[in-house]
Design a protein around this ligand. Structure first.
Ligand SMILES: C[S@@+](CC[C@H](N)C(=O)[O-])C[C@H]1O[C@@H](n2cnc3c(N)ncnc32)[C@H](O)[C@@H]1O
Ligand code: SF4
Ligand code: SF4
Ligand code: SF4
Length: 375
């Protein structure tokens, strides 16, 4: 075990950081640091953080700070946080900020960034992502913010310092910290440790997860540390779930049952996606299933599909993966029958939420921004 000389900050009790891999953490292709305090006594890798969003009002009770971890095994084709799906570093290329200065082309080792002749005597920057090796050299030299890296390397102490800086707001508003992503259960050992450290300060902890097929043994240790499990239920139709989300539904339902049995505090999120789960039959399935568990649920938040992720797919050069360009958002009244049905089925707290869990949008959808930023 190689011990890295990193003194803990005086007030947080952060540990010595060691470079050693936890035998039970998820295999991830990044994570420069590890620390030695997960339950097994082994060390865990720290995932990249895409953003720490403060004063969030919609991903749990009160004022919250949400930590977005990078890495998710699912690929929901409507996902508004595509930058959190891959575990490794990426970069945005915001074409509307590019002045074709060519600095990136000068340092690019593969020719992915090239200055080409444009109209008249001008030159135009062309980015060919198929040649890109994500070395991030262009990000380092770009002066306009056109290249913008996604994924911060942070130590546990740095994350804690950031999320605990708003402790008074949490206390006064009944808020706390939400661990989201990506998916926090993709990094179970790290999530456990982060939750433990936050809990030690008496701060409310929520996790926002798809509860994707994870062994219950992995989720179970979180019970004593997590005050609220916000579980996303993308469809109750087994075929559609498997075909579209890429994972079977049953293990997710099993985990929800386990959480219920363990008397965990659970809110269910339902993203209502046009053409996927917005038919009367889909609504009936949700109402029947969740109605059966009404007494054990804290509530249900209905998240009407929105298009705020569009611009990010473009800026990441992943527009081919997004199948919802041009798909209109549902009018709010579309989800009212679902909300009413859930209330009638006995769910006491039903909300029609909006931007739950979305990260700050520097990459507004071209529909909103009126720009076409195509890499
Ligand atoms: C980005 S996810 C991160 C946490 C976890 N991976 C999950 O799926 O719950 C946070 C929330 O955003 C919702 N969401 C993702 N894309 C959306 C979209 N285009 N419109 C509305 N809600 C969306 C998800 O359903 C989930 O409730
Ligand atoms: S991406 Fe940045 S460095 Fe490259 S040409 Fe555009 S402005 Fe210059
Ligand atoms: S990240 Fe890609 S485009 Fe940028 S310098 Fe490296 S290879 Fe070139
Ligand atoms: S599970 Fe969550 S983060 Fe992962 S792709 Fe789906 S919506 Fe996005």
């Amino acid at each position: 075990m190689v011990v890295v000389d990193r003194p803990p900050p005086p007030d947080l009790g952060g540990g010595v950081i060691v470079r050693n891999e936890c035998s039970h953490s998820e295999p991830i292709d990044t994570g420069r640091m590890t620390f030695p305090t997960c339950d097994s006594g082994a060390d865990v890798k720290i995932p990249l953080v895409t953003e720490i969003q403060r004063f969030s009002l919609q991903d749990g009770p009160g004022f919250r700070t949400t930590v977005f971890l990078k890495g998710c095994p699912l690929r929901c084709p409507w996902c508004h946080n595509p930058e959190t799906q891959k575990v490794g570093k990426e970069y945005y290329y915001n074409r509307d900020r590019c002045v074709s200065c060519g600095r990136c082309a000068t340092v690019c080792p593969t020719g992915a960034s090239q200055l080409l002749d444009g109209p008249g005597a001008s030159q135009v920057l062309k980015l060919d992502r198929s040649k890109c090796i994500n070395c991030m050299r262009c990000v380092a030299v770009c002066l306009t913010g056109s290249r913008d890296s996604v994924g911060m390397e942070m130590t546990l102490d740095e994350i804690l310092r950031e999320v605990l800086s708003d402790e008074p707001f949490y206390r006064n508003s009944g808020g706390g910290v939400t661990i989201s992503g990506g998916d926090p259960l993709f990094h179970p050992a790290f999530t456990l440790e982060l939750a433990r450290k936050i809990k030690e300060r008496g701060v409310h902890v929520a996790i926002e997860t798809s509860c994707f097929p994870k062994k219950w043994a992995t989720i179970q240790p979180l019970l004593k540390l997590v005050d609220l499990f916000i579980v996303d239920l993308k469809s109750l139709n087994r075929k559609k779930h498997e075909e579209t989300v890429g994972w079977p539904l049953q293990p997710i339902l099993d985990n929800i049952e386990h959480l219920i049995q363990a008397k965990a505090n659970i809110r269910i999120h339902i993203p209502v996606i046009p053409g996927f789960n917005d038919s009367p039959m889909d609504f009936e399935d949700y109402i029947a299933y969740l109605g059966r568990h009404a007494a054990q649920l804290d509530g249900v938040d209905i998240l009407n599909y929105h298009v705020y992720g569009e611009g990010k797919y473009r800026s990441l050069g992943r527009e081919n993966e997004y199948q919802y360009f041009g798909v209109e958002e549902n009018p709010p009244e579309k989800v009212v029958p679902l909300a009413k049905g859930l209330k009638l089925a006995g769910i006491t707290s039903v909300t029609i939420g909006g931007l739950v869990g979305i990260t700050a949008d520097r990459h507004k959808s071209s529909r909103d921004a009126g720009t076409g930023c195509i890499a």
